[in-house]
Write a protein that binds this ligand. Sequence first.
Ligand SMILES: *Cc1c(COP(=O)(O)O)cnc(C)c1O
Length: 397
Amino acid sequence: MNVPESSAPRDHHQAQQPGTTIGVYPRAVLNELPAYVAGKPSGEVPGLRSYKLSSNENPYAPVPAVIDKLAELFSAAPTEDHERPAGEILNRYPDTMYTALRQELGATLDVDPDDIVIGAGSLGALTQLVSTLAGTSADGTRDEVIIPWRSFEAYPIVVLSAGAQDIRVPLLADGRHDLQAMADALTPATRMIMLCSPNNPTGPVLTTAEVDEFMAKIPADVLVVLDEAYVEFIEDPQAVNGLEFFARYPNAAVVRTFSKAHGLANLRIGYALVHPDLMPHVRVMATPFATSTIAETAAITSLQNLDQVHKRVAIVQQQRRWVLSELHAMGIQVPESSANFFWLDLRERTPEFVQKAATWGLSVRGFGQEGVRVTIGEAEANERLLQMVAEFFNVSR
Ligand SMILES: *Cc1c(COP(=O)(O)O)cnc(C)c1O
C-alpha cells in the first residue's frame, strides 16, 4: 500500500491525533462529538418475556390501516411485463417534495403545506435547519446554538457536525428548562436556540406563558426551534402549542415526528414547520430523497386514522398516570412527565439500576452517572418495572 511518507495532517481542520494509518484524516471536530447511544434491546432472561423500555418507542404497532395500506402497496397485481412486478414502487425514487404528505399535514394541522419540510425523521429535518443557519465562518469562529441540557442527545451531534458550537444550559433541578439562563447565554454568535417540550429525557413541558416571556427576550435574528417529538402525549392544558408558537413568531420553527405516537420509528419520517422566508434556504440543505414513498404513505394513512392513533396514545397516557402515581406512593420523586417516559434522578446509582433492570428482562436507558430514562411500555412491562423499582429502593409496594 502506498502511504505518503509524511502522513501528518496538513491543516488545522483535520484531526491532529493518530487513528488512521492511511494518511486520510477526519475533521478535528469529530473528536468533540459524543457518540449517539441507541437504547439497547432487552437481554434474554430465561422464562421471562423481555421488554425494551430504552428508546421511547411506541409499544404498539402502527394502526391497522397503515399495515393494510403498505400491504396493498406491495401487492399490486403482477403484470405480464416482468420488469414491472408487484412492488414496483421500490425501484422508483420518491417525490422529493413529499407533496402528498405535506398536503395531508397541511389539512390536518391547518398549516400551509409550503411551510412544511419533510425529513428522514424529525432529526433529518432538524439537521437541515441547523446546517442552514449555523456553522463555522471562514475565520474559524463558530456560530452558537443554545440547547437545554440534559436534553435530546442528538442535539450536540447535529450542531457540532454542522461546524457550530453547542452551548449547553443546565436544566433546573425539577428537569425543566432554565429559560432565564438560556436567554442569558445569548451572544452575538447565537444563531439558534433549541427548546424541547416535553423534554427528553426528563419529561416536563414548557408552558405557553413561559415561552412567550422567553421569546420577548430573544432577538429577531435568532431562530427558536421547538422540538415536539412527544406532543401527542401531552395532557397539560398549560403546555405550549407548537402550531400557535409557529403562527405567532416569525423566528420560530417546530419539529415533529411520526416515530413516537404514530409508531413509525423504523420508517424514518418527520417534519419541520419553517417560515416561508427561510424555507427556500432550508430546501437547499435538503438531502435529496431523504425518506421513502413507503414512509410517506404510512404517515398519510396514520394521519387519516388519527382517532385510532389517539386511542393508542390514550392507553400510554393512562399507563403513565398510573406508573407515576405508583412511584409517588412509594415515595419516589420523579419530574412531572408529559411524555411516554419518565426520569429517575439516580446519579451514581445509575449503572446499578440499569444492570438490575436487565436481570428483570427490562432494558432501560442510563445516562452516565446522571440518571435513568424509562419508557412507558406494555402494562406488564410497567408492572414489572414498578416491582423492580420497589426492590431497588427497598420500599414496599
Ligand atoms: C425521538 C425523538 C426525536 C425523533 O427523532 P426521529 O428522527 O423523528 O425518529 C426527536 N426529538 C426528540 C427529543 C426525540 O426524543
